[in-house]
Design a protein around this ligand. Structure first.
Ligand code: SIN
Length: 338
């Protein structure tokens, strides 16, 4: 039978978050993330079975502020294992929204398949008035079941939008319209399961990523410690010393503006770069790129720029980069490729 005439099989891997959260009462903002089990979430949206054959698995049940590399590596390994099965056509991951962009970006580098991998979540707990989780789950399954979603990298479906893992970022603490893709725009839209695509990712991803074959089965590469330091007025330069003495092999500066930091921090960062610590300049500004040699000479100072990646995603790429190479030029190239 041809694929178009068959229902896709979509596996839902649950990790927790507000989509699995329960509040004290439908109109109260107080709630606890990661309470519902995957089968209850599937049963709550019976129309999912019109879109695909559905099965679920519980990977974890945490608020995404407690997402860890331990869970992330188990999730990655399970995705890569499932994607080798011919009868699995796509995967949905339910996840808290707080760190969803980090997980999406990590998977975008580590999943070894062109099949759709779609993260979704919710801003309102499952029993809230106008809970957004059920429709987000429905739309995410529609995208994961859609052969046209293949080869588009890891996607995030929230509030009718299809975002790419490279571009999306959370912009509002409570609104259902929290995720935006300000630098590169949306991958597409999905409205009650009807998909429309605008573009493919501009950067390397999933089966085209040089990292993805290393996450198919354990042992996984050892990921070194990389810290993020947030720039501000009178930023204390010794935060860098603390990170390095605690074992960081790389530091991402969430710089002001185009990746700036005060003179004392700059001098300390350059000293650390000369000692072999990888210093990446990113920005605390939510949109725009950080470019080389504009307001400071990165060539002389030994710095790397994050280009389009925000500090949280720059940290993930630097961890993966440092697990393979210490070459500053090579790591800079990674920031232009992913
Ligand atoms: C979380 O990230 O787990 C809590 C917040 C959310 O899912 O919206």
């Amino acid at each position: 039978m041809k694929r178009e005439t068959m229902k896709s099989h979509v596996k839902i891997l649950a990790t927790g978050g507000t989509i699995a959260g329960i509040s004290r009462a439908p109109a109260q903002s107080e709630y606890c993330a990661g309470q519902m089990k995957i089968q209850d979430m599937i049963d709550a949206v019976p129309d999912l079975t019109h879109l695909a054959i559905i099965s679920g698995e519980q990977i974890a049940n945490v608020g995404s502020q407690d997402m860890s590399f331990d869970i992330l590596l188990r999730l990655t390994c399970r995705i890569n294992e499932l994607m080798e099965q011919q009868d699995i056509h796509g995967i949905v991951i339910t996840h808290g929204t707080d760190t969803m962009e980090e997980t999406a970006f990590f998977l975008n580098l580590a999943v070894n398949s062109p099949k759709p991998v779609v993260l979704t979540g919710a801003m309102r707990p499952a029993n809230a008035i106008s809970a957004d989780g059920p429709l987000n789950l429905y739309n995410a399954v529609a995208v994961a079941a859609d052969p046209d979603a293949r080869e588009r990298g890891v996607l995030v479906v929230m509030n009718d939008r299809i975002h790419g893992a490279h571009s999306l970022t959370k912009t509002n603490t409570t609104s259902v319209e929290t995720f935006l893709s300000p630098v590169n725009g949306l991958i597409g839209t999905v409205n009650y399961g009807k998909t429309a695509y605008f573009r493919f990712p501009f950067r390397r991803h999933t089966y085209l990523s040089e990292f993805s074959s290393r996450f198919c089965r354990p042992p996984h590469p050892l990921l070194p410690r990389v810290d993020i330091i947030y720039a501000c007025i009178d930023m204390p330069p010794d935060l860098i010393d603390f990170s390095v003495s605690a074992g960081a092999r790389g530091i991402v500066i969430a710089g002001d503006g185009n990746g700036n930091m005060n003179q004392d921090t700059l001098k300390n960062a350059a000293r650390k770069a000369a000692q072999g610590i990888c210093i990446v300049r990113s920005s605390r500004v939510p949109t725009g790129t950080v470019s080389r040699n504009v307001e400071m000479n990165d060539d002389t100072l030994g710095f790397i720029v994050s280009d389009e990646l925000n500090p949280a995603k720059a940290r993930i790429l630097l961890m993966l980069g440092l697990s393979e190479t210490c070459s500053r030029d090579r790591i800079q190239q990674l920031f232009y490729s992913y």
